[in-house]
Design a protein around this ligand. Structure first.
Ligand code: FES
Length: 90
């Protein structure tokens, strides 16, 4: 199972229990993605982040935040720019 966030990034668990794709009740254990109000996606747990070419993106620490506003200078990670750009989630 792979979660596709957008056309550029995908998530897949790097370890842990994974339900079969399409399996009722399938889940990724040990992984949580929280959508912060008018802010980034906060990602916790063991996870592999890959770019559009399928190459792993280095993750310095967990939890980590992924930019959702498009203004970060450290994409795909959030650098706090959403606070100053007036980003409002739909
Ligand atoms: S969501 Fe934080 S910089 Fe874009």
């Amino acid at each position: 199972m792979v979660l596709q966030l957008n056309n550029h990034l995908t998530f897949s668990p790097s370890s842990g229990i994974l339900g079969e794709e399409g399996e009722k009740g399938g889940f990724m254990s040990n992984t949580n993605i929280k959508i912060l109000p008018n802010g980034p996606y906060l990602v916790e747990g063991e996870i592999t982040l890959t770019d559009a070419a399928g190459q792993p993106v280095a993750i310095a620490k967990t939890p980590f935040a992924l930019c959702r506003c498009g203004h970060s200078k450290a994409k795909p990670f959030c650098d706090g720019a959403h606070k100053g750009c007036g980003f409002e989630a739909a």
